[in-house]
Design a protein around this ligand. Structure first.
Ligand SMILES: Cc1cc2nc3c(=O)[nH]c(=O)nc-3n(C[C@H](O)[C@H](O)[C@H](O)COP(=O)(O)OP(=O)(O)OC[C@H]3O[C@@H](n4cnc5c(N)ncnc54)[C@H](O)[C@@H]3O)c2cc1C
Length: 430
């Protein structure tokens, strides 16, 4: 965090300390302390929400009660989940628990938020209780717009044609389909139009499946069916990997806008391109902010994403409701990534504490993104960018000359990639 925030935090900590002391002197320390605690609720314990919860607790200390509402009992990482599909990692390798957050005083509630009541300042839960908030952070990730793809409206079809684009049971199920595929078969992956979650992830997936095929089913093929006109991230690096590491195995087809799926025959149909029949059909449907953001009225852009004030990450619709991560309408050239969601979490945590304790907002936030993609089980490439808040444009803009891209894949970058995952999981959850 920048110097302004450090100075503001020192003032705030001093003030909070003075208040706590005054309450203690007034007697009945514990009840007075709990009365003085401010309440922040976080919905969604993924990359954005877990980070926000942890930093609200770390920076807010005893003055803030942070409640994290997460539907799943354990955190499963999307980053590295393509390696589970390739078979070099297991689902356990990318799963963590929420105990670390509890140790910081975060109250972790394993339940699904069903509604956010703006008037009563309450988040309602599926088991029936409600949690009151002064500020609420909403970082629920994405939900898929299955209704936009004919043939994927039924639950049965969606069990045969998997997305595996939220890490968890679908990752394991898709791995099983890939393992069961005959040698000489076709694995086809359909990519939606940008913007979508993690631009390089589908191309990394093509590499990981090809890596497995090279070892176990060398006559098989990976078809990349992209709704976009070209590879959306690390283009030259992925094209080189397909040419040099997996020659004749990976075929890339642009402008494949999916319209319909026949789940019985595993056939994909497109606006213009010819039909494709696969042995394993992996469709990443178009997606948008997850259901809770929609039901809370926070989706304001393109019927998909939530616009925010980038100074505080508050919804443009609802002050006091901060939306993070993949659910937001991104700033220019800002990727939808776990690293970015982690950065959103810290900016939002600092803004919420400033708002709660009457401190100046930091208008000079600088955040960054690094994204590693694994070409083989141990070799990776990366792309990085730096984004600064511009008070004139009221958004984040990329810092000229910042960031970078790998020259070529390497094992060293692979080691950095695994270290990146461990350190960001620690930064969110430890
Ligand atoms: C295959 C793949 C590979 C990727 N690789 C990378 C990578 O290498 N680097 C990178 O930076 N990013 C990567 N990403 C992107 C990254 O996973 C996302 O950008 C990131 O997870 C977004 O964080 P989030 O907090 O918005 O959502 P998530 O991390 O998805 O968290 C949302 C959480 O909210 C919970 N939730 C949703 N609704 C409710 C509700 N109503 N009540 C309670 N809980 C709820 C969910 O259970 C979930 O835990 C990858 C993504 C995929 C799919």
């Amino acid at each position: 965090m920048r110097a302004t925030f450090r100075a503001a935090r020192r003032t705030w900590l001093a003030r909070a300390g003075a208040n706590a002391l005054a309450l203690l002197v007034g007697g009945c320390a514990s009840s007075a302390r709990s009365r003085a605690r401010r309440s922040v609720v976080v919905v969604g314990g993924g990359y954005g929400g877990a980070t926000a919860a942890r930093y609200l607790a770390l920076w807010g200390g005893a003055s803030v009660q942070v409640t994290l509402i997460e539907a799943d009992a354990r955190f499963v990482s999307c980053p590295l989940s393509n390696l589970v599909l390739g078979g070099s990692k297991s689902i356990d390798d990318i799963t963590r628990d929420y105990d670390g957050l509890a140790r910081h005083g975060v109250r972790v509630v394993n339940d699904r938020a069903t509604a956010i009541d703006h008037d009563r300042h309450e988040v309602r839960l599926s088991r029936g209780d409600a949690v009151a908030y002064e500020h609420v952070v909403v970082s629920p990730g994405i939900d898929f717009l299955f209704e936009r793809i004919g043939g994927l409206r039924s639950a049965d079809a969606r069990e045969r044609v998997l997305h595996a684009y939220k890490a968890g049971p679908q990752t394991v199920a898709l791995r099983k389909q890939i393992e069961a595929m005959p040698d000489g078969g076709v694995f086809a992956i359909s990519i939606p139009r940008a913007p979508y979650r993690c631009p390089p992830a589908p191309y990394e997936r093509a590499c990981q499946v090809a890596w497995y095929f090279r070892l176990a089913k060398p006559r098989s093929k990976v078809l990349v069916l992209d709704a976009n006109e070209e590879v959306q991230s690390k283009k030259a690096l992925f094209e080189r990997a397909w040419r040099e590491d997996y020659p004749g195995m990976v075929e890339y087809r642009p402008d494949c806008v999916l319209t319909d799926v026949d789940s019985a025959t595993l056939t994909a149909r497109f606006e213009v391109a010819e039909d494709v029949r696969a042995d394993v059909l992996n469709v990443i449907p178009p997606h948008g902010a997850a259901a809770i953001a929609r039901s809370a009225g926070l989706v304001t852009a393109n019927d998909q994403w939530c616009e925010v004030d980038f100074l505080t990450f508050e919804s443009v619709r609802a002050p006091g409701i901060h939306v993070l991560g993949d659910a937001i309408q991104i700033a220019p050239l800002m990727p939808k990534s776990g690293h970015m969601a982690n950065q959103h979490g810290k900016v939002a945590a600092s803004a919420i504490l400033a708002q709660l304790f009457d401190l100046p907002l930091d208008r000079s936030q600088v955040i960054s993104n690094t994204c590693y993609s694994f070409i083989t089980d141990r070799e990776a490439v990366h792309v990085a960018s730096v984004h600064a808040y511009d008070p004139m444009q009221k958004t984040f803009v990329t810092v000229p000359g910042s960031g970078g891209l790998s020259a070529a894949k390497s094992e060293l970058e692979g080691r950095y990639g695994f270290a990146w995952a461990q350190s960001i999981w620690n930064d969110m959850l430890s």
